[in-house]
Ligand binder design. Structure first.
Ligand SMILES: [Mg+2]
Ligand SMILES: [Zn+2]
Length: 147
Protein backbone atom coordinates (compact mmCIF):
# COMPACT_ATOMS: atom_id res chain seq x y z
CA UNK A 1 0.00 0.00 0.00
CA UNK A 2 1.14 3.49 -0.81
CA UNK A 3 0.50 6.82 0.80
CA UNK A 4 -1.11 9.45 -1.36
CA UNK A 5 -1.37 13.19 -1.58
CA UNK A 6 -4.96 13.99 -2.57
CA UNK A 7 -4.88 17.50 -3.94
CA UNK A 8 -7.66 19.76 -5.17
CA UNK A 9 -7.28 21.35 -8.61
CA UNK A 10 -8.98 24.74 -9.07
CA UNK A 11 -7.80 27.35 -6.57
CA UNK A 12 -5.14 25.02 -5.18
CA UNK A 13 -2.90 23.97 -8.09
CA UNK A 14 -4.14 26.48 -10.65
CA UNK A 15 -5.75 29.89 -10.33
CA UNK A 16 -9.48 29.48 -10.00
CA UNK A 17 -11.60 30.85 -12.81
CA UNK A 18 -15.37 30.43 -13.02
CA UNK A 19 -15.72 26.90 -14.36
CA UNK A 20 -12.14 26.66 -15.67
CA UNK A 21 -12.03 25.03 -19.06
CA UNK A 22 -9.93 27.09 -21.49
CA UNK A 23 -6.23 26.12 -21.40
CA UNK A 24 -5.45 29.80 -22.11
CA UNK A 25 -6.70 30.57 -18.59
CA UNK A 26 -4.27 28.14 -16.99
CA UNK A 27 -2.05 29.74 -14.34
CA UNK A 28 -0.22 27.29 -12.08
CA UNK A 29 0.88 28.30 -8.57
CA UNK A 30 4.58 27.76 -7.88
CA UNK A 31 4.01 26.64 -4.29
CA UNK A 32 1.63 23.93 -5.46
CA UNK A 33 4.28 22.67 -7.87
CA UNK A 34 6.79 22.54 -5.00
CA UNK A 35 4.35 20.69 -2.74
CA UNK A 36 3.58 18.06 -5.38
CA UNK A 37 7.26 17.59 -6.19
CA UNK A 38 8.17 17.23 -2.51
CA UNK A 39 5.47 14.65 -1.78
CA UNK A 40 6.38 12.76 -4.93
CA UNK A 41 10.03 12.64 -3.89
CA UNK A 42 8.90 11.33 -0.48
CA UNK A 43 7.20 8.41 -2.21
CA UNK A 44 3.58 9.54 -2.22
CA UNK A 45 1.21 8.93 -5.09
CA UNK A 46 -0.18 12.22 -6.38
CA UNK A 47 -3.93 12.16 -6.98
CA UNK A 48 -6.03 15.16 -8.03
CA UNK A 49 -9.63 15.14 -6.77
CA UNK A 50 -11.81 17.83 -8.32
CA UNK A 51 -15.45 18.90 -8.47
CA UNK A 52 -16.39 19.74 -12.06
CA UNK A 53 -20.12 20.39 -11.96
CA UNK A 54 -19.68 22.63 -15.01
CA UNK A 55 -19.85 19.42 -17.03
CA UNK A 56 -23.37 18.46 -15.96
CA UNK A 57 -24.45 22.09 -15.82
CA UNK A 58 -23.68 22.13 -19.54
CA UNK A 59 -21.01 24.85 -19.30
CA UNK A 60 -18.38 22.62 -20.86
CA UNK A 61 -18.03 19.06 -22.09
CA UNK A 62 -16.02 16.12 -20.74
CA UNK A 63 -13.73 16.63 -23.74
CA UNK A 64 -13.09 20.27 -22.80
CA UNK A 65 -12.50 19.22 -19.22
CA UNK A 66 -9.96 16.64 -20.42
CA UNK A 67 -8.26 19.19 -22.66
CA UNK A 68 -7.75 21.59 -19.74
CA UNK A 69 -6.43 18.72 -17.63
CA UNK A 70 -3.97 17.65 -20.29
CA UNK A 71 -2.52 21.17 -20.43
CA UNK A 72 -2.27 21.24 -16.63
CA UNK A 73 -0.73 17.78 -16.30
CA UNK A 74 1.85 18.29 -19.01
CA UNK A 75 2.97 21.59 -17.49
CA UNK A 76 3.21 20.00 -14.05
CA UNK A 77 5.22 17.09 -15.42
CA UNK A 78 7.53 19.48 -17.24
CA UNK A 79 8.19 21.11 -13.87
CA UNK A 80 8.94 17.83 -12.09
CA UNK A 81 5.52 17.51 -10.46
CA UNK A 82 4.04 14.51 -12.23
CA UNK A 83 0.50 13.51 -11.23
CA UNK A 84 -0.42 9.81 -11.03
CA UNK A 85 -4.20 10.00 -11.35
CA UNK A 86 -7.09 12.44 -11.59
CA UNK A 87 -10.61 11.79 -10.30
CA UNK A 88 -13.44 14.21 -10.98
CA UNK A 89 -17.08 14.58 -10.10
CA UNK A 90 -19.14 15.89 -13.06
CA UNK A 91 -22.40 16.12 -11.09
CA UNK A 92 -24.48 19.11 -10.05
CA UNK A 93 -25.26 19.48 -6.34
CA UNK A 94 -28.94 18.60 -6.96
CA UNK A 95 -27.99 15.19 -8.39
CA UNK A 96 -27.13 13.99 -4.89
CA UNK A 97 -24.11 11.91 -5.89
CA UNK A 98 -21.61 10.58 -3.37
CA UNK A 99 -18.54 11.81 -5.25
CA UNK A 100 -19.05 15.58 -5.12
CA UNK A 101 -16.71 16.90 -2.43
CA UNK A 102 -17.10 17.06 0.53
CA UNK A 103 -18.49 13.64 -0.32
CA UNK A 104 -15.87 10.95 -0.06
CA UNK A 105 -16.58 9.01 -3.26
CA UNK A 106 -13.61 10.24 -5.27
CA UNK A 107 -11.13 9.27 -2.59
CA UNK A 108 -12.76 5.91 -1.96
CA UNK A 109 -12.62 5.16 -5.69
CA UNK A 110 -8.92 6.03 -5.80
CA UNK A 111 -8.18 3.98 -2.69
CA UNK A 112 -9.84 1.00 -4.33
CA UNK A 113 -8.15 1.46 -7.70
CA UNK A 114 -4.66 2.28 -6.49
CA UNK A 115 -4.27 0.32 -3.22
CA UNK A 116 -3.76 3.43 -1.10
CA UNK A 117 -3.05 3.54 2.63
CA UNK A 118 -5.66 6.08 3.70
CA UNK A 119 -4.25 6.53 7.21
CA UNK A 120 -0.89 7.68 5.89
CA UNK A 121 -2.37 9.93 3.24
CA UNK A 122 -3.18 13.64 3.26
CA UNK A 123 -5.62 16.05 1.62
CA UNK A 124 -4.55 19.51 0.47
CA UNK A 125 -7.05 22.03 -0.82
CA UNK A 126 -8.15 25.64 -0.71
CA UNK A 127 -11.58 25.21 0.87
CA UNK A 128 -12.08 24.02 4.40
CA UNK A 129 -15.81 23.43 3.82
CA UNK A 130 -15.10 21.23 0.80
CA UNK A 131 -11.64 19.68 0.90
CA UNK A 132 -11.24 19.95 4.64
CA UNK A 133 -14.66 18.52 5.35
CA UNK A 134 -13.98 15.58 3.02
CA UNK A 135 -10.76 14.86 4.90
CA UNK A 136 -12.52 15.02 8.27
CA UNK A 137 -15.19 12.58 7.14
CA UNK A 138 -12.42 10.07 6.43
CA UNK A 139 -10.34 10.91 9.50
CA UNK A 140 -7.52 12.09 7.25
CA UNK A 141 -4.90 14.77 7.69
CA UNK A 142 -5.75 18.05 5.97
CA UNK A 143 -3.70 21.05 5.05
CA UNK A 144 -5.19 24.19 3.60
CA UNK A 145 -3.44 25.97 0.75
CA UNK A 146 -4.84 29.39 -0.07
CA UNK A 147 -3.59 31.97 -2.53
MG1 LIG B 1 -10.66 24.46 -4.99
ZN1 LIG C 1 -20.43 13.20 -8.32
Amino acid sequence: MKKALFIDRDGTINRDCPYCRDPKDLVIYDDAVDIIRNYRESGYLIVIVTNQSGINRGYFTEEQYEEFNRALLSELERRGAKVDAVYHCPHRPDEGCTCRKPGTGLILRAVNDLDIDLGGSIVIGDRDDVDGEMARRLGMQYRILRH
